[in-house]
Write a protein that binds this ligand. Structure first.
Ligand SMILES: *Cc1c(COP(=O)(O)O)cnc(C)c1O
Length: 285
């Protein structure tokens, strides 16, 4: 499923995660949106575009030092009107602390806060709408996980209970998330927390695969890059090495190892994020 083709600037799961956040901000009378991300954040990139398209001022709190010139991701954000605020890693880690948020409000005024990666209930609710775009019936749905919000939204989606789905398939699909970051157990716990706090009922069986992070967030290995290149050549579908490349590498490996029962119907949800490829071209050329 190609959510990467949704919109040239607001692509992939980031639009789904922003949609109800923007709506909530508008309903509550906010004109400024503030969020957090790294220097290659797909989320801040999409937020800046959404701000321009829907008439919000945007502030991006970026982890780390400002570099001159700004990288292409942040250049786009600025071109879309985003104000960038660079904070050191220690401050960045405090992004959920009320005292830190208060200090941001004192400096930058009134804003609607969207957590890093759009990881809140509104973000999940938007992602719960992704299944409505699925054509055909599937036994497994594979996707990349950063914060786990997209996976949680899929699992909690009421779409699996609708007649439209049940005429296609008897049961909800199993959702398989591929963790893009290193670390054991934390992501499953986070997804459970998101589901619990949302009050959404989980309708699907789900699991997180922790084996294909290739060393951690935005880390790559030559075999991953070679796989991506071959996949793009064979299919014409663009991938990037942070999320989608790792999922498809993992999927083909698991298929080879007979992880999935014979004749399983597997859907990969392409989450977009292709703007981030520019960071790798620079690094690997
Ligand atoms: C942000 C992003 C993800 C991670 O989504 P979460 O909801 O944070 O798990 C996956 N794939 C792509 C391409 C992304 O940009």
């Amino acid at each position: 499923m190609r959510t990467d083709l949704l919109h040239p600037e607001l692509s992939g799961n980031k639009w789904y995660k922003l949609k109800y956040n923007l709506q909530a901000a508008r309903t509550s009378g906010f004109s400024t949106l503030l969020s957090f991300g790294g220097a290659w954040s797909n989320h801040l990139h999409a937020l800046a575009a959404a701000g321009r398209l829907f008439g919000f001022a945007t502030i991006g709190v970026v982890r780390g030092d400002s570099e001159t010139p700004l990288n292409p991701c942040l250049q786009d954000a600025v071109a879309n009107g985003m104000r960038l605020v660079f904070v050191d890693r220690a401050s960045y880690r405090r992004q959920q602390e009320p005292a830190f948020i208060d200090s941001l409000r004192r400096q930058y005024g009134h804003f609607y806060l969207i957590p890093e990666g759009g990881a809140n209930l509104a973000g999940m609710q938007g992602c719960a709408e992704i299944p409505a775009g699925i054509r055909g019936a599937y036994d497994h749905i594979a996707l990349a996980c950063g914060t786990g919000t997209t996976l949680a939204g899929l699992v909690g989606s009421a779409w699996w209970l609708t007649e439209e789905w049940s005429v296609k398939a008897l049961t909800p699909p199993r959702i398989l998330g591929f963790q893009a970051l290193k670390g054991r157990g934390y992501l499953s716990a986070e997804i459970q927390r998101l589901l619990r706090n949302s009050g959404m009922k989980g309708h699907c069986r789900w699991s997180v695969n922790e084996d294909y992070h290739f060393g951690g967030y935005a880390r790559t290995k030559p075999e991953l890059l070679a796989f991506i290149e071959a996949f793009e050549r064979d299919t014409g579908i663009p991938l990037e090495p942070v999320y989608s490349g790792k999922v498809l590498y993992g999927l083909q490996d698991l298929i080879k190892r007979d992880f999935f029962p014979r004749n399983s119907r597997i859907l990969f949800v392409h989450g977009g994020g292709l703007q981030g490829r520019r960071g790798f071209r620079g690094r690997n050329d």
